[in-house]
Design a protein around this ligand. Structure first.
Ligand code: HBI
Ligand code: FE
Length: 303
């Protein structure tokens, strides 16, 4: 979903920000960016009317959801389940060598199987028990301010629709496969869950410029972060963990150029987010989660 961030950035300037006091002050339906209901032209589902109908049906369920109520159940079609199963199969082949240890551990909690697409409600219950996080359904890409603010209240917005079947290994926007295979497992890890909340807390009173910086911090850690382990570089970012191609690229530069690895310093200017089609050219390499957490804490306190 790299294409859309450009639109988001333009939106930063229009915003009048009221500091939310609880998750009830954050709407999951007012600021949906990018594809909303009408898909942009480069989306694989752009010419597929059936797909658009399905996506907006599932999106509308999310808009009706109220915090505290169970997340609406979606009956997934055989085709949707097949897409999920294919992605799950491919990724579980790479994860043992490419994913960080904490992810491999928390992944086990969920018993994902190829012939059943998990429902968000049951995943939310596991998170609530483990770390006090909850899932809130959302119709599409949420404005970064709402998205980050919600993380202050240990709430993670998840899309519930499945990507278009013509390109199962690609999606220009978050879909349920990205949320479940990228984000959900590590949110069951207490240390990681706290670290994500730190970005949310820092975002509550951030100026527009600080918000842009926090978006980049989120991007280079929660979406594309990597960590040093005894046997090499491993992924903890959801954009990596949920993408077969990006995982391979991280370790071998599959598309011809090896990526660069850098230390993360939240006080330094971070590179522009690279969200054109293609893989990241650089990743931030962290020592471990507690190191990321102390760096983020120091930065958050400075705001
Ligand atoms: N919205 N639904 C949804 N899912 C995301 O992963 C997401 C988002 N909005 C913004 C966002 N991610 C980030 O890329 C940052 O802009 C904060
Ligand atoms: Fe994501």
């Amino acid at each position: 979903y790299r294409f859309i961030v450009t639109t988001q950035l333009a939106d930063f300037n229009k915003q009048v920000h009221k500091i939310p006091q609880s998750i009830h002050d954050i709407s999951n339906g007012d600021h949906i960016l990018g594809f909303g209901v009408e898909l942009a032209e480069h989306h694989p589902g752009f010419h597929d009317e059936e797909y658009k109908k399905r996506r907006s049906y599932i999106g509308n369920l999310a808009k009706l959801h109220k915090i505290g109520e169970p997340i609406p159940h979606v009956e997934y079609s055989d085709e949707e389940i097949k897409i999920w199963g294919e992605i799950l199969g491919k990724l579980t082949y790479l994860h043992p060598t490419h994913a960080c240890k904490r992810y491999l551990d928390t992944f086990q909690l969920f018993n994902f199987v190829p012939d059943r697409l998990p429902c968000l409600q049951e995943l939310s219950e596991v998170l609530m028990m483990r770390t006090g996080w909850q899932i809130r359904p959302v119709a599409g890409l949420l404005h970064p301010t709402d998205f980050l603010n919600a993380m202050a209240f240990r709430t993670f917005h998840c899309t519930q629709y499945v990507r278009h079947g013509s390109q199962p290994m690609y999606t220009p926007e978050p879909d349920i496969c990205h949320e479940i295979l990228g984000h959900i497992p590590l949110l069951a890890d207490p240390e990681f869950a706290n670290l994500v909340q730190l970005i949310g807390l820092a975002s509550l009173r951030a100026s527009k410029q600080e918000m842009l910086h926090l978006t980049k911090l989120y991007w280079y850690t929660v979406e594309f972060g990597t960590v040093k382990e005894r046997d090499g570089v491993k992924a903890f970012g959801a954009g990596l963990l949920s993408s077969f191609g990006e995982l391979q690229h991280m370790l071998s530069g599959e598309d011809g150029s090896m990526p660069i690895f850098e230390d993360l310093d939240p006080f330094k200017k971070l590179p522009k987010m690279d969200h054109k089609c293609g893989f990241q050219k650089r990743y931030f390499l962290c020592e471990n989660f507690s190191d990321v957490a102390s760096k983020l804490t120091a930065y958050a306190k400075s705001l």
